[in-house]
Design a protein around this ligand. Structure first.
Ligand SMILES: [Zn+2]
Length: 320
């Protein structure tokens, strides 16, 4: 059994190897049910293929090419399910990682105490209080600060024991037997009829027993927030700076796959419209190199289309 201090130590030792020139961050995921010795540690980084083609400065659409450490860990779990697991981070987490951690079903977050003292954090601590911590609390995640030198733990937030987060648009899971291109198209057609013009993703995955499922995810506010309360819904749609409480469907799908310890079955990843540039960078980070797109002309903003164009030309993602 790995302790939070051991998992944090692994992150602290790896962080200096981060390719980021100034913000060197690492995270460890551990405390996985059924595999108590499992530990994965990652730094923030540029996926090799993005670094090779664009370098570290170029934006893909309006997204940087980096993958944050927390998100990198969550896409490196293999068949280990993130649901109920814990994560250690060398720095306070950003709102986007908070959403990913929540969607992946992580139960405990540990932050290195020293991370709160860095200038880098002090410049953006507003987002930590107003968004990251709100997202964690709504999802029912416990948050602690760890001091590895003194082996002390400080409570930042603890969720009530019987707390169950709001989840009014759960990801649809359909058990499937056949795994062919025509089956994929049939599932897409059914979902298109059901979700009309709404943005969604659909994928085929398998679990460690080899059982296969079709997953369907819609864009929605992050888990813990309901869109069925009109006042709150309006509030949630409004971005705070460059962040919002809405979780795009590609990110929801990738994090649900992490939550359950599923494996994406090659090629079977569909998005009803062009994903945002951040979603496309996350796809690359998750090792997904081919997606099917419903409407090529439609994206949340023009950056999504631009990102698709450059990633297509660079042959990083194949859009069919
Ligand atoms: Zn982050």
């Amino acid at each position: 059994m790995i302790t939070p201090f051991e998992a944090m130590q692994a992150a602290l030792e790896l962080a200096p190897t981060s390719p980021h020139p100034t913000n060197k961050i690492a995270a460890s995921v551990f405390d996985i049910k059924n595999t108590p010795d499992f530990l994965v540690t990652r730094t923030n980084h540029w996926p090799q293929i993005i670094k090779d083609h664009f370098g570290m400065e170029t934006k893909i659409g309006n997204s940087s090419g980096t993958i944050h450490a927390e998100t990198a860990c969550l896409t490196a779990l293999g068949f280990n399910a993130a649901e109920g697991a814990s994560i250690c981070i060398t720095d306070p987490f950003c709102p986007n990682c908070a959403k990913n951690i929540a969607e992946a079903g992580i139960k405990n977050i540990y932050i290195d105490e020293a991370g709160f003292e860095k200038d880098f954090f002090k410049r953006r601590s507003g987002h930590f209080d107003v968004m990251s911590m709100q997202v964690a609390a709504r999802a029912g995640i416990n948050v602690y600060a760890l001091n590895n030198a003194t082996q002390q733990q400080r409570v930042i937030y603890e969720a009530p024991k019987d707390y169950i987060p709001e989840n009014d648009s759960p990801i649809e899971v359909i058990k499937i037997n056949a795994l062919s291109e025509p089956d994929f198209l049939t599932h897409i057609q059914n979902a298109e009829e059901k979700h009309k013009r709404r943005k969604f993703t659909l994928s085929f995955v398998k679990d460690s027993n080899g059982d296969a499922y079709c997953l369907i995810a819609r864009a929605h506010a992050v888990i813990g927030y309901s869109l069925q309360k009109p006042d709150e819904a309006l509030e949630l749609m409004r971005p705070i700076g460059k962040y919002s409480f809405i979780q795009e469907p590609v990110n929801r799908m990738i994090m649900f796959i992490a939550r359950k310890g599923y494996h994406l079955i090659d090629d079977y990843f569909y998005c009803s419209q062009v994903p945002t540039s951040r979603e496309q960078v996350n796809l690359v980070g998750a090792g997904i190199w081919r997606i099917s797109v419903g409407d090529y002309q439609k994206s949340r903003d023009s950056y999504g289309i631009k990102a698709m164009e450059v990633l297509k030309v660079a042959k990083i993602i194949d859009y069919s």
